[in-house]
Write a protein that binds this ligand. Structure first.
Ligand SMILES: [Zn+2]
Length: 291
């Protein structure tokens, strides 16, 4: 899997999917498809050339998205920082593009899971993007900076601990540069915050518009392309599954109706493609296959 940075355009905006590295999920079926009926899951995995008995790991890209609107330079999500030896490459990936930390004017955090906020701060614990305002949904900030209860997640205790620890270390230092949103609103011209709660309490999508073109940054509305075919399957890390599935329906229906480009953070690199309606769900068309 290539983890080079990937350049593309949305109207007149220059965009880059910036690599933070990869992370290997053990027992991916249990992580990604927590409620999938066993036999149906086996059938679907086989259709994707995966052996249900021996699907031991899934290598997910971890990325950030840079949007240069001409007026503003925006970064969506900051990668996983030091979460694993294979993560935390976002800063050097930006540097390879000639982008210095102080060039970023706005950092949008789609949600506060470790792989999206891990690069918020530098090695001294200071904001890694000194001139940026950090934008987050208010419910997300409130949840993670109080006493977050994630006991219902169907993941190991050490994963829960990791999630809470990252929020504790990566959020308070950005308080002085924080801008919270509590409704769907334009963050900078052409870049809009869209509610997509459920994966976490204030999880958001970001819609980028320039000219007649649109990009839906769907973050963790769907974690794997199979989540599009199987619209009722949710992940073990979805905090409120019902709400997460409703958000997925709303966002993917919009993206399909508008034939918009979609950036889904954890889909195979560069995580870009289109979504079409198929039956009562959708189908994923990675960008390479449609030329
Ligand atoms: Zn994620």
């Amino acid at each position: 899997m290539s983890t080079e940075n990937y350049h593309f355009k949305v109207g007149s905006f220059d965009c880059i999917v910036v690599s933070d590295g990869t992370f290997t999920y053990p027992h991916p079926a249990a992580v990604f498809f927590a409620n999938a009926p066993k036999e149906r899951l086996a059938e679907v995995l086989r259709k994707h050339n995966l052996d249900p008995e021996h699907w031991e790991e899934y290598v997910s890209p971890y990325t950030g998205l840079v949007i240069d609107t001409g007026q503003n330079r925006v970064l969506v999500d900051t990668g996983a920082g030091g979460m694993a030896p294979t993560t935390g490459k976002l800063m050097s990936s930006l540097q390879a593009e000639g982008i210095a930390p102080e060039d970023i004017g706005t950092v949008i955090l789609t949600h506060a899971h470790p792989d999206h906020i891990g690069g918020n701060i530098d090695s001294e614990g200071k904001p890694a993007f000194p001139k940026a305002r950090y934008v987050m949904w208010k419910d997300e900030w409130d949840f993670w900076t109080q006493e977050p209860d994630i006991s219902q997640l169907q993941v190991d205790e050490h994963i829960k601990e990791l999630i809470v620890t990252f929020a504790r270390s990566s959020l308070p230092p950005i308080r002085g540069q924080l801008k919270l949103v509590d409704q769907e609103t334009e963050i900078v011209p052409g870049v809009r915050a869209v509610a997509a709660h459920g994966h976490t309490p204030g999880h958001m999508a970001v819609v980028i518009s320039s000219g007649s073109e649109r990009l839906f940054c769907t973050a963790d509305v769907a974690l794997h392309p199979i989540h599009l075919e199987q619209r009722d399957w949710y992940a073990a890390v979805d905090l409120n599954p019902e709400q997460a599935l409703a958000s997925r329906r709303r966002i993917m229906d919009m993206a399909a109706a508008e034939k918009a480009l979609v950036y889904a953070s954890h889909f195979p690199f560069p995580s870009l493609g289109h979504v079409t309606q198929k039956g009562n769900a959708w189908q994923w068309h990675p960008i390479e296959t449609i030329g």
